[in-house]
Design a binder for this molecule. Structure first.
Ligand code: MG
Length: 456
């Protein structure tokens, strides 16, 4: 009981006076005569009364692998209203069990009893609840919680989440898809096939990242260094092959298709600088991840040397990494992994920051994001003005059954399921039929010829 709290009628009068002071006293009185002020206060009160308080009763992780044995982690937030729950993506394919621990051993007890409506407060307090922060595991867990709260918010409002963000800025989400092949001719064929399917943007890769098939087994393997499953990647053959790949695709597929390429941070920084300059005549839509996050200082060296658009950020975890790149106009596309940075709450702020510097979005949308996470990407894509492009995703039948309402592709556009919240549900009984594979899911080592480890 707060003995200092005035009676309700006094509170109403005080808050009206405070409002009028804020609006400029007498001038505001003229603009808002007392009956109107009272009407506004009553309306506000009614709006607040319209939604009963909603408490979080449980936060748990659901692990499932219906899509190519990828280890998906989904957070389910249950509430005091029976049947009202939210879903969020917390997938970290290489460390799913530690994310599950962070969710169930730490976020669940932290969240129980809290007001599910107060997303910003829950995000800020959960973010600092570990004191040390900005790491991938805790950010993934936080993302699952955050996205689940936005799902609940949408369901309570009876609106898709993009409506809560201001509504649609475009009718659907334009995407790029991946064309690869061990030979240049194969890549050309695949690009032509995707153009035939309606895609306007295609990422071209020669084999795996860094074209490891262009090199033989490393000397490290003959020397018994590392394990036989470790792969070799050398910058020379890769950097010489990629401009030839761009030239061939442009010659065979024409100028209309937008071409993208992912360097995947696999070459020394100056090799990446040279490669960006070498492909400039073929007008890439963007060159992705020329440097590792540890090397982002190199963007100041790269930027003045080429007009090739640059995309960066799928490994980023925190504002420390992206703020300077955006405010110094060193990149053209920010492509963070939304669950890696902590969910929709930080992502919408990042989008607004980027808009002020005319940096566009290209949120990371790989296979190791759940359909809930892809829906979150798409809802944000629909609502922001500085949307650039989205990575296409195609779910198999099993994933569609486990996640009813998963987004769908049509003519190269990603479409969400129009329903309150994210529009995606989870069939838990079916999800249990796709347990995680026994292999823990490490990223396999990539090495230079002498065995030196390469950032992946
Ligand atoms: Mg990438």
């Amino acid at each position: 009981m707060n003995s200092l709290r005035p009676p309700a009628s006094t509170t109403s009068a005080l808050s009206r006076r405070a409002l009028l002071r804020g609006l400029g006293g007498a001038a505001a009185l003229a603009a808002f005569p007392a009956p109107l002020c009272l009407a506004a206060e009553e309306a506000t009160g009614r709006a607040r009364r319209g939604a009963a308080p909603l408490k979080i009763t449980k936060v748990r992780a659901i692990l499932t692998a219906p899509q190519n044995r990828i280890r998906l982690v989904v957070v389910k937030v249950e509430t005091s209203e029976p049947g009202l729950y939210g879903l969020g993506c917390a997938t970290f394919n290489q460390r799913p069990l530690v994310v599950k621990t962070a969710i169930e051993e730490y976020l669940d007890p932290f969240c129980r009893g809290r007001d599910a409506d107060n997303i910003e407060d829950i995000w800020q307090t959960a973010y600092t609840s570990s004191y040390w922060r900005n790491g991938p595991v805790l950010n993934n867990a936080l993302s699952g919680l955050d996205q689940a709260l936005w799902d609940i918010k949408g369901k309570r409002a009876g609106m898709p989440v993009y409506q809560l963000l201001g509504g649609k800025a475009r009718f659907a989400v334009d995407t790029y898809t991946h064309a690869s092949g061990s030979e240049i001719a194969q890549v050309v064929d695949n690009v032509q096939r995707f153009i035939g399917e309606g895609y306007r943007h295609v990422r071209i890769q020669l084999g795996g990242y860094g074209s490891p098939q262009l090199t033989g087994p490393g000397d490290f393997a003959a020397a018994g260094f590392g394990l036989p499953s470790d792969t070799r990647m050398d910058p020379g053959p890769y950097c010489r092959a990629i401009p030839k790949l761009f030239a061939a695709v442009r010659e065979k597929c024409g100028d209309a298709v937008q071409l993208l390429h992912d360097i995947h941070e696999r070459v020394p920084p100056m090799d990446a600088v040279r490669l960006c300059k070498d492909v400039e005549p073929y007008r890439p839509y963007f060159m992705e991840d020329p440097f590792s996050p540890e090397d982002i200082g190199w963007f100041r060296i790269l930027r003045p040397q080429t007009s090739v658009p640059l995309a960066m950020g799928e490994l980023f975890n925190s504002p420390h990494e992206w703020t300077g790149l955006i405010t110094e106009r060193l990149i053209d596309f920010i492509r963070v992994h939304i669950s890696q940075i902590g969910g929709l709450t930080p992502a919408r702020k990042l989008a607004a920051l980027a808009e002020a510097f005319n940096v566009r979005s290209a949120w990371h949308g790989p296979g190791d994001v759940s359909p809930v996470g892809h829906a979150a990407n798409a809802h944000l894509d629909l609502a922001i003005s500085n949307f650039g492009i989205q990575e296409a995703v195609r779910f198999n039948d099993a994933t569609r059954e486990v996640f009813p309402g998963a987004p769908t592709m049509k003519n190269g556009y990603l479409h969400i399921h129009e329903a309150p919240g994210w529009g995606v549900d989870l069939n838990e009984e079916l999800a249990r039929k796709f347990p995680l594979p026994e292999h823990p899911g490490y990223w396999q080592p990539v090495r230079r010829n002498d065995g030196t480890n390469v950032k992946p």
